[in-house]
Design a binder for this molecule. Structure first.
Ligand code: HEC
Length: 125
């Protein structure tokens, strides 16, 4: 009887440890975690778009440089004008309504700054 009890216990231990080994992640996985994803940096009006506007839409749209066209240093105004802005900066010099007027077309990187700001949700800051 004692031997049977011993045999049953031993079997239980063997089965148990066999099962639990499968559920515990292997050591290699735990020692080599995936690299952390890069932090998601969202574009904001204050942080990224306004400097671009002040560089590329100045002086005409920047009252701080005495511009008297639509005020694009003003966040709400830029949000309201998002569509016309995106349409005009994608036109080519010579097209009717092309912006920045009397300047060369924005580079793809500069255009991307406008697009990313919109895609990130048109945040103010
Ligand atoms: C040299 C001056 C000048 C520069 C630089 C300039 N604009 Fe303009 N912009 C104008 C003038 C003048 C108008 C009004 C005439 C018109 O609508 O085409 C105007 C109008 C606009 C309008 C229409 C606004 C409205 O009230 O309907 C948008 C949108 C615009 N510009 C976007 C831009 C953007 C974006 C930039 C910079 C990437 C830029 N502009 C740079 C002179 C300029």
């Amino acid at each position: 009887m004692k031997q049977l009890l011993f045999a049953v216990t031993l079997t239980a231990i063997v089965i148990f440890s066999a099962c639990s080994e499968k559920t515990i992640p292997s050591k290699t996985v735990m020692e080599n975690p995936l690299p952390a994803p890069p932090p998601v940096v969202k574009s904001t009006f204050q942080g990224t778009l306004l400097p671009m506007i002040q560089a590329k839409c100045s002086p005409c749209h920047t009252p701080s440089k005495n511009g008297n066209k639509a005020n694009f240093e003003n966040f709400d105004n830029v949000v309201r004008n998002t569509n016309p802005i995106l349409i005009r900066i994608q036109k080519n010099p010579g097209d009717r309504g092309f912006m920045p007027q009397r300047n060369s077309k924005l580079t793809n990187d500069e255009l991307a700054v406008f697009m990313k700001w919109v895609n990130d949700g048109s945040l103010e800051k």
